[in-house]
Design a binder for this molecule. Structure first.
Ligand code: SAH
Length: 268
């Protein structure tokens, strides 16, 4: 009798492997194959017993492993009878393309389970000390993508009290401009959180107009390996009071000088 396969779409959280759910750790221990995306901390994979760990990530510029191939590989292993742990950063259903993989599994009538993870917005907010829906300050929060297809005209949801912009490493200045043009106050508080929950976490706080005029040199020198998320709205100001990590937030206003000069005081 052939063993029947199953896929588990697993959210690994934003970085720190201790943020993994117990269910995710349990399934990793049972998996025959692990297919893993970029941005998953190696410590997460320590729960896997199998040595068949395949990296299927595509960092936006390298495009080493297209999504179609990742989905195809997942389906092929499940059809072949394997228990497959498909591990994604954050949560699989928040900008993780987990929906596409789940649909492909459903269409192929293959069994699957979705295991949620701490999505970057929630992880970054916690690790930066930003209460996303602080009572009396913010009653709504929007998770939006900062990714811009070439030539596409996208508008981001500017109506929510708190706007969390994923994938904004190269677009945050333009997005800040867009929000200003659409009437957001230049004094709207913002926080940029880079590598949330990683040992190299950096938090920058300031105002929307400062974000719109980020220093070119600093902007260009951003480490592309460290993921960036922006939290825009009054709640971002709490990072200065509620930062519980050793490093204090770095004022965006100080970034007009070349980055190297500010980093020493900013790192843990
Ligand atoms: N499924 C993931 C999101 C994948 S999109 C989730 O639910 O979190 C990748 C984007 O997530 C990055 O461009 C960045 O905006 C954000 N991100 C992921 N990990 C992060 C981290 N540790 N710190 C800050 N942003 C992070």
């Amino acid at each position: 009798m052939t063993k029947s396969g199953k896929a588990y779409l697993i959210g690994a959280g934003p970085g720190d492997p201790r943020l993994l759910t117990l269910r995710a750790a349990e399934v990793l221990g049972q998996a025959d194959v692990v297919l893993v995306d970029d941005l998953v901390h190696p410590g997460v994979l320590a729960h896997a017993r199998t040595r068949r760990i395949i990296h299927v990530g595509k960092r936006s510029q390298r495009r080493s492993f297209p999504q179609e191939l990742a989905t195809h590989t997942l389906l092929a292993y499940v059809r072949g009878g394997s228990i497959v742990a498909r591990v994604k950063g954050g949560d699989p259903f928040v900008f993780g393309r987990g929906g596409e993989e789940a649909l492909a599994l459903a269409e192929a009538r293959l069994p699957f389970e979705i295991i949620p993870g701490v999505t970057a917005a929630v992880g970054a907010a916690a690790y930066a000390g930003i209460p996303l829906t602080h009572r009396g300050v913010a009653a709504s929060v929007a998770f939006v993508t900062g990714h811009r297809e070439a030539g596409a005209t996208q508008r981001i949801d500017a109506d929510a009290d708190t706007i969390v912009v994923y994938m904004c490493q190269r677009t945050i200045r333009d997005i800040a401009h867009e929000l200003l043009e659409r009437g957001k106050s230049p004094m709207t508080c913002v926080a940029l959180v880079r590598g949330a929950s990683w040992p190299t976490q950096e938090v920058f706080t300031g105002y929307l107009d400062e974000l719109a005029t980020l220093d070119d040199e600093w902007y260009a020198a951003l480490d592309p390996e460290l993921p960036t998320i922006a939290i825009i709205g009054a709640v971002a100001s709490y990072a200065d009071q509620l930062a519980w990590q050793d490093a204090r937030p770095i004022p965006i206003a100080s970034l007009r000088v070349p980055r190297l000069r500010v980093v020493a005081g900013g790192r843990r």
